[in-house]
Every structure is written in C-alpha cells, then in structure tokens.
Write a protein that binds this ligand. Structure first.
Ligand SMILES: [Zn+2]
Length: 138
C-alpha cells in the first residue's frame, strides 16, 4: 500500500451514467469492449465482506441493473462480472459485455489478446441508452 490518493475516492475524470449516495456507475469507454461499465462504491471499502449485508445487497442491485441494461441494449453473448481490486483496493465491479469474437474471448479481458477487435454494429447512442435504463430501473 502507498500513501497515494485512491483514484476511486478522488476520481480525476469519469463518465458518470448514474449515481446515488452509496455508489455510482461509470462508462469505461474501452474500444475493445463497448458498453464496459464500472460500478463503484462511493465509500473507500476494501472488501465486499467489509460491508454490512444490506449494503452489499444494495450495491449488487446496481450491478445487476447495469448487467440487465447492457443485455437489453447491446445483446452481448455473455456478461462478465469482476470484482478484483488488486490494483485499486476500493470495492468496484467491472460489468463487461463479451462477444465470442471479441479480442480475448473466452479468456478474461485482461489476458493476452487472441485476435483483433472485430467490427461491431451497436447503437451509436449506446451510452445514453444504458444511462436511460439505469435511470428508469434504479
Ligand atoms: Zn478509495
């Protein structure tokens, strides 16, 4: 651990899709993984089990709302949910739409790429569509 400020406690630039008092959803903007979102707990908490059970449930409801919005709007072959925190030990969930022809499939997106990024026809306003679904469901 270092004394550097936590980048999730003091974000420099985020594309915010939704937020409330306990968490926020940001658009990652990864060209290889269109629709990639991150759900970030606002409080600096290291592990999910550090949260009281009701707060875990509230956070997971946000994660599942993002998953549902991405399934509805982007129709991926799979959704990956990942809560790692090895680099930034502040609870956050990666919600990643996956396609069988994406650069890393079936490996994790952090594995070495197997192939080039394919052309993918997704709505040009995917970000706005996901944000609208979150606003309607959360
Ligand atoms: Zn933090």
């Amino acid at each position: 651990m270092t004394n550097a400020p936590c980048p999730l406690c003091i974000p420099v630039s985020e594309t915010l899709l939704w937020r409330d008092a306990s968490s926020r959803v940001i658009w990652v903007g990864d060209a290889d993984y269109p629709g990639f979102c991150r759900v970030i707990l606002n409080a600096h908490v290291k592990e999910m089990s550090d949260l009281p059970p009701p707060e875990r449930q509230v956070l997971m409801a946000v994660v599942f709302a993002v998953e549902a919005a991405l399934r509805e709007e982007a129709h991926p072959d799979k959704i990956n949910l990942a809560c790692l925190g090895n680099v930034v030990p502040h609870v956050h969930w990666h919600v990643i739409p996956r396609w069988a022809d994406d650069p890393n499939f079936p490996d994790a997106i952090w594995a070495p790429a197997r192939r080039a990024r394919p052309r993918r026809d997704l709505p040009g306003d995917l970000q706005a569509r996901v944000a609208a679904r979150l606003a309607a469901s959360l």
